[in-house]
Design a protein around this ligand. Structure first.
Ligand SMILES: O=C(O)[C@H](O)[C@@H](O)[C@@H](O)C(=O)NO
Ligand SMILES: [Mg+2]
Length: 382
């Protein structure tokens, strides 16, 4: 049970996803990028794994913080190990981020599951083994036949409904798109999608993250006429009072925070301040499965749903072990990309979706990523 080693394998993987200057993903030509696999090993040879960007588990962080907290410790003591690592953040000169805590915590949950031959949601205490997915669409673009017009969004939404999705979330146009942001265009895209899919498909928006209060109000009021389920991250989440103002002035539920720092502690403040109607968490956003579960239970105590940000199995296990969550966010999707093609370093999808729009939690031990270890070893970055 004692952790004896923490290591990282950095490898090359091929993707058609490209980040724009604001960090949003868009389709493009296939290119190679570096990915990292964190490995936590115990004295009896068991290993747990997680995947993240190489800089999140760079040697400085592994040597100065992660190894100091983990080596020699019982891997089952996830709560104490998470608390110890979180306490190192304050003195880390902002180098030890929630993303690194998440990578470590996910690998520890994977290690526990692999050791006990159980999937993580069963270790946590599962609520379900499958959950409805909403298709989370990429931000708009200026690609011919991509997501360049409201009609493009409408056509893509029709395809997603045919694939089985019963919910669709639009990320609308944002800079560096030349004319974005534009509330009226956002509403036109949402109206085109509602027209295309009819009244029974659940729709949500994740808008330009820096609209003003007045722009957000105009957008929210437009969505109320279209029967949307929620409005998400339409303003800078550093201004909690702006969300309180928006939630007070809108009928459509306000969901968040996604990107605000502060883990479950800060999300408690968002609830008690009345800034949101639906809470949000995410394994990478709050520092792991351990704090994401705390956020789910926090929301439940206030009679709230808590929707989980992001795809892959680590988030799926959080969704599967809570009643107060309606969706799994499957994406990001685009007409030019085939999401079901998965990743070259995984043998199969971690979030397979059936034709009724249900994603089934992997019943493989641990997090359940179907890792192609040979691919990783054959594509190591020297
Ligand atoms: O802001 C982004 O990069 C994307 O919107 C991404 O975080 C997306 O996954 C999201 O916000 N989902 O809710
Ligand atoms: Mg979002």
């Amino acid at each position: 049970m004692i952790i004896t080693d923490v290591s990282v394998k950095t490898f090359l993987t091929t993707t058609r996803r490209h980040s724009d200057s604001a960090g949003h993903a868009h389709p493009g030509p296939a290119h190679q990028v570096q990915q990292a696999m964190l490995i936590i090993r115990t004295e009896d040879g068991h290993e747990g794994y997680s995947f993240t960007a190489p800089e999140i588990v760079r040697p400085h962080l592994i040597d100065k913080f992660v190894k100091k907290v983990l080596i020699g410790q019982d891997h089952r003591d996830r709560e104490r190990l998470w608390q110890d690592l979180a306490h190192w953040q304050r003195g880390s000169a902002a180098q030890l981020t929630d993303r690194t805590l998440a990578a470590v915590d996910v690998a520890l949950w994977d290690l526990a599951g692999r050791t006990l031959n159980q999937p993580v949601h069963k270790l946590i205490g599962a609520y379900r083994d499958k959950v409805r997915a909403y298709g989370s669409v990429m931000c708009g673009d200026e690609l011919e036949g991509g997501l360049a017009t409201p009609e493009d969004y409408g056509r893509f939404a029709e395809k997603l409904v045919k694939r089985g999705y019963k919910g669709i979330k639009l990320h609308t146009w944002m800079p560096p798109v030349s004319w974005a942001p534009d509330v009226k265009m956002d509403i036109k895209a949402c109206a085109a999608v509602r027209e295309a899919v009819g009244p029974d498909i659940h729709l949500m928006i994740d808008a330009f993250h820096w609209y003003s209060r007045v722009d957000s109000l105009e957008l929210g009021r437009g969505l109320e006429k279209l029967g949307f389920d929620w409005i998400e991250e339409s303003m800078d989440e550093q201004s909690m009072s702006s969300y309180k103002w928006l939630a007070d002035n809108l009928d459509i539920p306000v969901l968040g925070p996604e990107s605000a720092a502060g883990k479950h502690w800060h999300r408690a403040e968002w609830i008690t301040s009345g800034a949101v109607d639906i809470l949000r968490t995410g394994v990478n956003d709050v520092g792991g499965i351990t704090p994401a579960l705390k956020t789910m239970r926090l929301a439940e105590s206030f009679g709230m749903d808590c929707e989980v940000h992001g795809n892959t199995a680590m988030n799926l296990h959080v969704v599967a072990s809570a009643k107060n969550c309606r969706w799994y966010e499957r994406g990001l999707l685009h007409p030019f990309l085939e999401y079901d093609d998965g990743f070259d370093y995984l043998n199969s999808l971690s979030d397979p979706m059936d034709e009724d729009g249900f994603v089934h939690v992997p019943d493989r031990p641990g997090i359940g990523e179907d890792i192609n270890f040979d691919f990783i070893d054959n594509n190591l970055v020297k």
